[in-house]
Design a protein around this ligand. Structure first.
Ligand code: XMP
Length: 507
């Protein structure tokens, strides 16, 4: 039986990170909202309570009934999680005299405590809270302090319950992973046998059982997630899976042809549909980013729906949804900045049952699973690409001519990243066609042509991102090539904005 750690999400920005760290230790974990603990699951080995944007004494603070987990599982409270447990048992949590934020050092460590095994005095920890525990309840014991925080960590006497006010999941807490290891292995007794191979084995068996002889349809996008989902499903149900790959005319240069060919080489049963004309005509004259997204999303659903109905007796719609999408949709505090879910309307419209075999994986895990399935590196290591494609990289209205210009410029840039061995060092890159024309000179001629922006970011999950310091020589070469070879462009700029406050895409 697969062991599992449950992470109760109280809304912290770092909840996902806790999940990633536990997975890095080859232990399967699930993040669930703080009030949705999955009772009666015999595979649960331990529970972690996350941080939160709230103070325990806020009216709006998220609270749960600790009785659902108390005495049944080992518990680790992190930051708010620790403060919440302490306050529920009569401890005192108060605003910190100065907001405790950033690096600090452990000044006292109870090295005999199983949670702190191997962690030394002087080890750096990362704090991020406005409150602090000023008195722990009776029956709790202090097991670590920092220079400024007396109750940096505690254990409930004779119980498998701990609280830490710093964040072991963040990189800047030097021994954070050691602490999490002590908890999951030392306390919870996990074995750490979760691996891509075991995931493939379990999932293929589950899919066979879930789907039986049913027919399944899946929309391929050319991206990593839908491709891996397709190969996984194909392994489970073979020809009963039909894939549909729609060209909305906003793909990269030659992408439709190349990706279709890749899919066929993988043995997938795939139908390609070139619907560019439909999208170009529906998008003509539309400049508002959200409206463009909606038109592209709806157009995609319409085309896909027609194709799917040509398949007899189809019962399931499969999607390459991954864990960050699931967490985001469950988010208890989330704000929508852009409507990313291009195919969000598909399941309702089609009246099909939904199958999402990757819904519990992070992106890097999806890539490992793809490799395990024998998929080629150029498919697995592809940069993320937005569903509306170049549609959100052409600022203003979209015309076939602009798409062509952007495809050519983008091709030069991406190919150069590959040639200079920079592609894999970048999370995502692309060119943006700006709604700006500027004066230039070519030969003896005055030109009045378009400007493009190059974008390259580093990231681990697209939630935050930084611009990449690409070498000047590289930028010079790309700029030169674009201006010389792409008719209609006479100026190249480089975007040096990080996310936040900017986003990765411009629209
Ligand atoms: P932003 O621009 O919000 O993008 O920083 C974060 C990540 O999401 C991708 N993105 C999209 N993906 N449909 C998608 O499937 C969309 O409408 C969309 N908009 C942005 C973006 O490329 C980046 O990887």
């Amino acid at each position: 039986m697969q062991e599992k750690i449950i992470i109760l999400d109280f809304g912290s920005q770092t909840t996902q990170l806790i999940g990633r760290r536990v997975r890095e230790l080859n232990i399967y974990c699930e993040i669930v909202p703080y009030n949705k603990f999955p009772n009666d699951d015999p595979t649960i080995k331990g529970v972690i309570l996350s941080g939160s944007p709230f103070s325990v004494y806020d009216d709006k603070a998220f609270k749960m009934d600790l009785k659902t987990i108390w005495g049944k599982y080992p518990i680790l409270g992190i930051c708010y999680g620790a403060q919440f447990i302490a306050s529920e048992f009569g401890g005192k949590v108060e605003p910190a005299p100065s907001r405790e934020y950033g690096r600090s050092k452990l000044a006292h460590v109870d090295a005999d405590n199983v949670l702190l095994k191997g962690i030394k005095t002087g080890s750096q920890v990362w704090m991020s809270h406005g409150d602090t525990i000023t008195a722990i309840p009776a029956g709790f014991k202090k097991i670590a302090s920092t220079e400024d925080v007396e109750m940096a960590a505690y254990q409930v006497n004779d119980q498998s319950v701990w609280g830490v006010q710093f964040h072991p999941e963040v990189f800047h807490t030097e021994d954070g992973l050691a602490l999490l290891k002590n908890f999951v292995f030392g306390v919870c007794g996990c074995k750490g046998d979760w691996s891509p191979a075991s995931f493939v084995e379990h999932t293929v068996a589950d899919l066979k059982q879930q789907l039986g002889n049913d027919k399944v349809v899946l929309a391929l996008s050319g991206g990593v997630d839908s491709s891996v989902a397709a190969v996984l499903l194909h392994r489970a149900i073979g020809e009963n899976l039909t894939c549909v790959f729609v060209d909305h005319g906003l793909l990269r240069k030659d992408e439709y042809k190349n990706v279709l060919n890749d899919y066929q080489c993988l043995g997938l049963n795939v139908i390609g549909v070139d619907a560019s004309e439909k999208f170009y005509s529906e998008l003509a004259g539309i400049t508002d980013p959200e409206e463009k997204r909606k038109i592209i999303g709806k157009g995609f659903i319409d085309v896909f729906d027609v194709e799917a109905h040509k398949i007899q007796d189809v019962k399931w719609l499969a999607q390459g949804t991954i864990y960050p999408d699931v967490i985001e949709s469950l988010s208890i505090t989330g704000t929508v900045i852009k409507s990313h879910h291009n195919v969000g309307g598909l399941p309702e419209k089609m009246n099909l049952k939904l199958c999402e075999p990757l819904r519990l994986l992070f992106k890097d895990e999806v890539r490992k699973v793809g490799r395990e399935l024998g998929m080629p590196d150029h498919l697995i290591m592809r940069h993320p690409f937005p569903g509306p494609g170049l549609g959100v990289r052409i600022l203003g209205d979209i015309t076939p001519e602009k798409v062509h210009i952007l495809q050519e410029a983008d091709h030069i840039y991406i190919q150069a990243l590959r040639d200079w061995n920079l592609y894999d060092q970048v999370w995502q890159a692309g060119v943006i066609l700006l709604p700006v024309q500027s004066v230039g000179v070519m030969g003896d001629e005055r030109t009045y042509e378009r400007a493009v922006a190059l974008r390259a970011v580093s990231s681990t999950d697209a939630m935050t991102a930084d611009w990449v310091h690409l070498p000047y020589d590289f930028l010079a070469k790309v700029s030169n090539d674009i201006i010389n070879k792409v008719k209609g462009v006479n100026r190249v700029t480089y975007d040096i904005s990080s996310k936040p406050p900017a986003t990765i895409e411009w629209e």
